[in-house]
Write a protein that binds this ligand. Structure first.
Ligand SMILES: Nc1ncnc2c1ncn2[C@@H]1O[C@H](COP(=O)(O)OP(=O)(O)O)[C@@H](O)[C@H]1O
Ligand SMILES: [Mg+2]
Length: 406
């Protein structure tokens, strides 16, 4: 984006939540939450609906009072301050623009009300940043949904908040526009250098945009880190299944060396690197991502450093262009998911085929959960309504619609 951003160059502030608890009558929405977000970062809070994301944002904005804990912005304790005293602005899913005002006046409105100098000049500058200055004299109804959301963003940024809170701001947009806006938002954040706290239940959105993702479940942060790190080394079953899919197994650790543990999975020894396992003894849960598995239709020869499971039977084959997803039922173990890149024409196995899978032992991971809490199969929903499965299905439907339109 070519817009001049000189006057947006004020840096963002860091945000710190210390032991934040929020209880509503008869319900604890947030449980002693600690969170530290460095200044100028793009931070995503990811979790299923109802896990406490909006409540967290409302606490930061000062719209709710915490039951316990402290909120610090730029090192200053703002826990007891009013919303307007905090250097914070929020962008919601509904744009809530004033319909009778022009785009320019919508963006300038807050500055005018606070009697700040040069509201019109600053509003133009903010509109340039979201590439809508050429539509400044239009009214909201004359803009598309995506454009209206960009106006809402300009309206928030024009106040130069040290901290911008975004509560599922792209949720009302269709899939394609959402993807485009994800990239734009990321560019804008890099340009203005403000701290963005972005809330979403869309794992792909969080991974695409954020420097750091915190996965939230039932009012708690389960794991936090760079997207690649969370994906490659999930620490809990929830993270393993909410962020992409996983094949999970349970069993006792039967031997261990300085480098690896061996887990007995229904009679088959499975090796996991020690550094990639949270637990090293007793009953444990381990896993591997579907794209790390190689599918065979004949028993593969045992090889050092590789785990092998099978034989099982292919129960489903679904072709999705760049890859094919196979479901394989292995007796005593359950259903495995394999993503195979389409390197050959057509599937390598069909429903009913006898199949084995193998993977490099270095690609496995060991979870921190108690194995009894682990869903039996990767397809078990992680939460009503927002399971990986239902998200995947929604994705597929959206994709099919897109393909039909094309
Ligand atoms: N004012 C309130 N009174 C009682 N319960 C609430 C209130 N606000 C939110 N909750 C509950 O707190 C939980 C978290 O809500 P919310 O933060 O909106 O979740 P999310 O934004 O992650 O979908 C939900 O179970 C919700 O019903
Ligand atoms: Mg919400």
């Amino acid at each position: 984006m070519a817009a001049s951003t000189a006057s947006f160059a004020e840096s963002g502030a860091d945000l710190e939540l210390v032991g934040i608890t929020k209880r509503f009558p008869g319900f604890t929405a947030i449980e002693s939450l600690d969170l530290s977000i460095p200044a100028g970062s793009f931070f995503a809070l990811l979790g299923p609906s109802g896990c406490g994301k909006t409540t967290t944002l409302r606490l930061v904005a000062g719209l709710e009072e915490p039951t316990a804990g402290q909120i610090l912005i730029g090192g200053k304790d703002v826990t007891d301050t009013k919303p307007f005293q905090r250097p914070v602005n929020t962008v919601f899913q509904s744009y809530a623009l004033f319909p009778h005002m022009t785009i320019l006046e919508n963006v300038a409105f807050g500055l005018r009300r606070r009697k700040l100098p040069d509201p019109v000049g600053k509003a133009h500058e903010a509109l340039k940043l979201v590439e809508l200055d050429h539509l400044a004299s239009r009214r909201p109804a004359q803009l598309s949904g995506g454009q209206q959301q960009r106006v809402a963003l300009a309206r928030a940024i024009v106040n130069r908040p040290a901290l911008l809170l975004l509560d599922e701001p792209l949720g009302a947009l269709d899939l394609k526009l959402r993807r485009q806006m994800q990239l734009e938002l990321k560019t804008i954040q890099t340009e203005v250098g403000l701290t963005f706290l972005h809330v979403t239940h869309d794992q792909e959105e969080a991974m695409t945009m954020a420097d750091t993702v915190a996965v939230m479940n039932k009012g708690k942060i389960e794991q936090m880190g760079a997207p690649e790190q969370l994906y490659e080394l999930p620490r809990t079953a929830f993270v393993a299944n909410f962020l992409g899919q996983s094949n999970l197994f349970t069993g006792p650790v039967v031997s261990s060396t300085a480098d690896a543990i061996t887990v007995d999975v229904a009679g088959v020894p499975i090796v996991v690197p020690r550094t990639r396992a949270q637990r090293h003894a007793g009953e444990v849960a381990i896993g591997v991502r579907p794209e790390k598995l190689t599918l065979f239709t004949e028993a593969p020869a045992p090889a050092a450093g590789r785990n092998i499971l099978g034989p099982g039977r292919v129960t489903d084959v679904s072709f999705s262009g760049v890859s094919t997803q196979y479901l394989i039922e292995v007796p005593g173990i359950g259903e495995l998911v394999v993503f195979a890149q389409n390197m050959v024409f057509g599937p390598v196995a069909t429903v009913g085929t006898e199949a084995w899978v193998s993977w490099n032992a270095d690609h496995g991971f060991g979870l921190d959960d108690d194995p009894v809490d682990i869903p039996r199969s990767v397809l078990s929903p992680v939460g009503p309504g927002d399971s990986t499965e239902s998200i995947a299905i929604q994705r597929r439907i959206a994709l099919e619609e897109e393909l039909e339109q094309a």
